[in-house]
Design a protein around this ligand. Structure first.
Ligand SMILES: Cc1cc2nc3c(=O)[nH]c(=O)nc-3n(C[C@H](O)[C@H](O)[C@H](O)COP(=O)(O)OP(=O)(O)OC[C@H]3O[C@@H](n4cnc5c(N)ncnc54)[C@H](O)[C@@H]3O)c2cc1C
Length: 115
């Protein structure tokens, strides 16, 4: 910190384990961070909105069978969030790992070179 009126406030980064899932519980499911809290890597809000949109659509398609909607939702949501959580973990390591900032600079340079 070079120039600020206040000292930085250190915050912990919490995350659920990669691949976190649960047994189907009648009448209940989870969306967003409650289902797949992961390190911030630019996807959490997008995943939360996608979860909500997909679950809402599935419930609307079979309102008489909400358990089927929950099962279909979880079948897609679990692998999707597992993949995103694994990516977020890599990104966190890039930002805060032992090789930062070199590995971050290399990744950005490689990305720019490819474009
Ligand atoms: C530093 C940081 C940067 C991020 N940057 C990005 C980004 O660039 N792009 C991106 O897509 N995502 C980003 N995210 C992740 C994103 O903010 C979250 O994934 C997203 O907000 C999750 O939405 P949600 O609705 O599931 O949970 P939340 O946004 O946490 O909403 C849950 C709500 O429930 C309320 N609540 C909790 N308990 C109770 C209770 N008992 N009764 C009533 N209300 C309750 C809370 O107050 C809160 O308002 C970032 C996260 C962090 C921490």
């Amino acid at each position: 910190m070079n120039d600020s009126e206040t000292a930085p406030v250190l915050r912990k980064v919490y995350a659920l384990p990669i691949g976190h899932c649960w047994e189907r519980v009648p009448g209940i499911t989870l969306i967003g961070d409650a289902a797949h809290l992961m390190p911030p890597a630019g996807e959490g809000a997008n995943l939360a909105m996608l979860d909500a949109a997909e679950l809402g659509q599935l419930i609307a398609e079979t309102p008489e069978n909400i358990e089927q909607a929950f099962t279909q939702y979880e079948t897609k949501m679990f692998p999707r969030s597992q993949a995103a959580a694994a990516q977020a973990d890599v990104f966190l390591d890039m930002l805060l790992g032992e090789d930062t900032p070199h590995v971050l600079a290399k990744t950005l340079t490689d990305t720019l070179d490819r474009e």
